[in-house]
Design a protein around this ligand. Sequence first.
Ligand code: ADE
Length: 259
Amino acid sequence: MTGIRIEVFTIFPAVVEAYGDVSILRRARDAGLLDLRVHDLRLGADDGHRSVDDAPFGGGAGMVLAPRPLFAAVEQVAGGTAGLARPLLLLGPSGRRFDQQAAEELAVLPGGFSLLCGRYEGVDQRVADHLVDGELSIGDFVLAGGELAALVVIEAVTRLVPGVLGNEASVDDESFGAGLLEYPQYTRPATFRGWDVPEVLRSGDHARVARWRRTQSLARTLRRRPDLVAARGGLAFDEQELLVEAGEVELLRQHGYDW
Ligand code: ADE
C-alpha cells in the first residue's frame, strides 16, 4: 500500500501537529499511509523578531503576510533533500471550493501536495500569483487563518487513501459517494426511550435493507439538498418509483415530478 505525502506551511505548526497526532491521522501515519510534514513559516523570517507580516500598502486595518518570509520558507524546503510536494495550494476564502470531489482528486495525486495557510487580513498577492499553484477555500465563510482549513483538507483526503479506513466499503456508501446524502444509521438498543429502530433493518433481509437505504438516501437528499439531486441530473424513473412506494408522492410533486 502506498501512502500520501502532505506538507503544510503555517505560523502555528503546533496546531497542525497536535491534530495530526490523534485519531485517523495518527493511525494513517503509523501505518505509513500518511507522510505529514509540517513547516514553520517563521523559518523564512530573516529579522530578529521572526516577523512574517507587515502593514498593507494603501492603508487599512490589520496585517498582511509578507512575500519575503513565505517565499523563503517554501524555497528552503523545496531546495532541501526531500524537496517539496507539488501542487502547493494556498488556503483562503477566495480559493476554489473544496468538496468531496476535490478531496478525491487530491487523494490520487502521485506525489502528494502541499498547503500554505494564510493568516491575518490577507496574504501578499505575489504569493498567490508567483509562489503557489492554486487556491482552496473550505466554504463561504472567513476563518482567522488557514490552519483549520488545512486540517479539514488533510482529514478528508487521508480517509480516502486505500487502507486508512478499516472497512473500504464505507467510503463508497457514505454521503456524496453517489452524489447523494447517506441513509440514516442505527445501532443498539433496538428501542431507546420508546423510539424504535425501523423494523426493516432488523429483518435480516439484505435486499429489503438495501432498498430501504436507497429510498432513504433519495428522499433525504431531495428534501435537504435538492441542489445535489439537480447536479446529478434529477431522479431516474426507478428512483421516483422507490419514493412513490415509500409514500413520498408529495415530496416528488414539490420538486416538480409529475405523480
Ligand atoms: N482561511 C480563512 N478563511 C478560509 C476559508 N474559508 N477556507 C480556507 N482557508 C481560509
